[in-house]
Structure formats: structure tokens, C-alpha cells
Design a protein around this ligand. Structure first.
Ligand code: GLV
Ligand code: MN
Ligand code: MN
Length: 396
């Protein structure tokens, strides 16, 4: 499976993955998923929001056990964030068949669409739509960097955007959803464990800061006459770091766009996207409010107009204790339970469906980078743990 996935959407220069929603690379990943499903005799279907499902047993019976993750990536992402969960799901099914396990509940493997939000700016679009956390109207307003709207991109990829929207009947058929994911930190490396269980996901969100100034000549405009939004942006980046440090949170400006984007022109507009996360809501609110205050103060000094738009938000997720405890028991009771600052479809679904996550050790902790890694032995341990969990939940 890894050999087939490895070249899809991989950039020759960086070695990172560029598998963005509804692009050719995304289509190749989707075709791969369908092939894996059909090769195993599973019933393949795509839901109204473009999420893929591979079913074993009667998918309308209810109380299904579902596992899976996503195949899309951030810009120049690693090989494992997402695909490890999908590959491990198919491998765990192979392992259960090898064991001769008999399924007593319907079972499915999923690939949720557009988890990273790399193209349209909003993460977990597939699971948000399914669970009603994103409306069709809101989804239709999403645009990529070239101004292409989500429904157009979806249509060009051969899917019907008119059908998107909440899918409560489908989610009601799920009795438990388990997502396996590469760890995006070093907790398991430090504890010496190959596999862990998720406790919670930090509340997190994305805020777009528009700093509007005045374009002018870089050589002839006196410093005192400038309205330079780059200065306001720079001060805001430093404020984000300062406030996050003070609060024990994280805050990142990882994406910026500049107009007119000329070396010898003072910018007319700088757009920066703040990603901020914290262990609790109050801390996150404090950090974001403080960054906005600092941005506004500096904007006033620079003669710059500031507009801040919250583009997405996910409240804290505490995974269901009963399912988490059951999984820990199935795995022998001594599996570390850890929280994470990373977002996941499992977090979105947890408001509607009993949900749990398994993490696989990442020896460096690096993620959202081509350097992301996981050892083969640990990936195998993840597959065995997932197979054990699925056997415990879904088999006799
Ligand atoms: C997804 O990986 C996120 O946490 O941004
Ligand atoms: Mn990710
Ligand atoms: Mn992921």
C-alpha cells in the first residue's frame, strides 16, 4: 500500500506531499482507496459530501464500527499524517481476516475529504459537512487562493456539489469511530511506547488578519509618509509569540499573502493567517484577544486599517471516557493516554458519535513537514493494536 501511495502528489523538489482537495493528486488518492476497498470485496460508496466508505456487512443495520482517517495533506506535508490511519485500517482488516475473526457488527473504513483545509482554508470540511458543523451555504462560499469556489472544484473533480450537507442518518449508523494517527509530538517517544490513546484535543482556530495600507514607491516615499502594513503585520507576529508564551498556548502565522507583492513597492495589503491553540477555551480567548489588541495598537500607529475574521474554530474535544477505557482494556490496560494540539476528523465527529483515537510513535515529533516519520515496527504495532481494538469492538 505504501509503495502505491508514495508517488502520489509528491513534489520532486521538496519531497513533501501536495494532496489538496479535489485536485488530480486527491483523485489519485481516492482511486487508490476505491481499489483497496474493491480488492478486499468491500462495498464501496461515496457519501453526499465526497467522503469515501468501504463497508463490510450491512451498512444500513446500525451500530457499525468505523475506522479511517484522511489522505489529503498540508502543503509539503509528510507521508503519514492521514494516510497512516487509512493504510492501517486496511491492514488491520487483513490481519483480522488472517486471524479468522468473525464480524458481529457492520464495519467500515473511511477516507474523510479535505481534512487539512490546505486549499479552501477550513479544516475537516468532509466531517464538518456530514455532522452539520458546516452548512452547505457556508461551504459554497469557500474559495481557494485562485478564487475557485469549492462547489466548482468539486464539480470539476466529478462530484455533485448540489448534494452536500448534513448526513445525520449516516452518522446515526455508527456505533463507534476509531481513528489511528501518527503522533504529532514526542510524548510516546519520551515514554518509550509505540502506541497511545487520545484523551483530548485542544480548542483551536484560524483567524485572518487583513492589514490594509497604501502602495507606494519603495525608493521615493519618505518613511514618515508611509502607511506600511508589513510593519503592522511584523509587530503582530511578535505579539502572537509573546502572548502564546505568556499563556502556555501556541500561536503561529504560517501563511501570508502580500499585494502587490513587489520588491520595490510598499504593500497595499498584507494578509496573515493566525493559527492558535490552547489547553482550554479561556486561555485561547485571552491569547487571541491580546494579539488583536496588539495588532490594533500598531495599526493605529502605522495608519493601517485592520480587519480580523475568524475563519474556523473547533472547541475542546474530550474523547468519550467509556470508549477510551474499553479500548485501553482491550489493549492490556497500560497504554499511555495523551492529549494533542492537532485537529482531526475524529474530533469533529465526537460531538455526534462515540469516538476514540490511537496514536503511533513519531520518533522526532515532526509533522506537517516532509521530515515527518514513523518506524516500520511502530507502524506494525499500530496495525496490531487497531486490529485488537476492532476485534474487541466488532467481532465475536
Ligand atoms: C490538522 O492537522 C491541524 O491540526 O491543523
Ligand atoms: Mn495534519
Ligand atoms: Mn491528520
Amino acid at each position: 500500500m505504501w509503495r502505491e501511495l508514495a508517488p502520489i502528489g509528491r513534489h520532486a523538489g521538496t519531497g513533501g506531499y501536495r494532496r489538496f482537495a479535489w485536485t488530480g493528486a486527491d483523485a489519485d488518492c481516492r482511486n487508490w482507496f476505491q481499489e483497496q476497498a474493491e480488492a478486499r470485496g468491500l462495498t464501496y460508496e461515496v457519501d453526499r459530501n465526497g467522503n469515501q466508505w468501504a463497508w463490510l456487512g450491512d451498512h444500513s443495520a446500525g451500530d457499525a464500527v468505523v475506522t479511517g482517517s484522511h489522505l489529503d495533506s498540508v502543503p509539503d506535508g509528510g507521508a503519514f499524517d492521514g494516510p497512516l490511519g487509512v493504510v492501517s485500517s486496511f491492514a488491520a482488516l487483513d490481519e483480522l481476516r488472517r486471524r479468522g475473526a468473525q464480524f458481529t457488527r457492520p464495519f467500515a473504513i473511511t477516507n474523510f475529504g479535505d481534512e487539512e483545509g490546505a486549499r479552501f482554508g477550513l479544516a475537516c470540511v468532509g466531517s464538518r459537512l456530514a455532522s452539520g458543523r458546516l452548512s452547505k451555504e457556508q461551504a459554497f462560499e469557500l474559495r481557494d487562493g485562485d478564487g475557485i469556489r469549492l462547489p466548482q472544484a468539486m464539480e470539476e473533480a466529478g462530484y455533485d456539489p448540489a448534494a452536500i450537507g448534513p448526513d445525520p442518518e449516516r452518522l446515526a449508523r455508527i456505533g463507534a469511530f476509531v481513528e489511528l494517527h501518527v503522533e504529532q509530538g514526542r510524548a510516546l517517544d519520551l515514554s518509550g511506547d509505540a502506541v497511545g490513546i487520545a484523551s483530548a484535543i485542544w480548542p483551536h482556530g484560524r483567524w485572518r488578519f487583513d492589514f490594509a495600507g497604501e502602495a507606494n514607491h519603495a525608493g521615493t516615499t519618505r518613511l514618515v509618509d508611509r502607511r506600511d502594513p508589513m510593519l503592522t503585520y511584523a509587530e503582530t507576529v511578535l505579539a502572537a509569540r509573546r502572548e502564546a508564551e505568556l499563556a502556555g498556548a501556541v500561536a503561529t502565522f504560517g501563511k501570508i499573502s502580500v499585494e502587490p507583492n513587489g520588491v520595490n513597492a510598499i504593500p497595499s495589503l498584507v494578509r496573515g493567517w493566525l493559527d492558535s491553540r490552547a489547553a482550554d477555551q479561556a486561555t485561547l480567548d485571552t491569547v487571541v484577544a491580546a494579539v488583536q489588541r496588539a495588532a490594533k495598537e500598531r495599526a493605529d500607529r502605522d495608519g493601517v486599517d485592520l480587519r480580523v475574521v475568524r475563519e474556523s474554530f473547533t472547541p475542546v474535544v474530550e474523547f468519550e471516557h467509556a470508549l477510551r477505557d474499553e479500548i485501553n482494556k482491550i489493549l492490556g490496560g497500560a497504554v499511555p493516554v495523551l492529549g494533542t494540539g492537532a485537529g482531526h476528523d475524529a474530533g469533529i465527529l465526537s460531538a455526534t458519535v462515540p469516538t476514540a483515537m490511537l496514536f503511533v510513535r513519531n520518533p522526532t515529533g515532526v509533522s506537517h513537514s516532509p521530515a515527518e516519520s514513523a518506524a516500520e515496527d511502530d507502524c506494525v504495532a499500530g496495525v496490531i493494536a487497531l486490529a485488537d481494538v476492532l476485534e474487541g469492538l466488532a467481532c465475536s
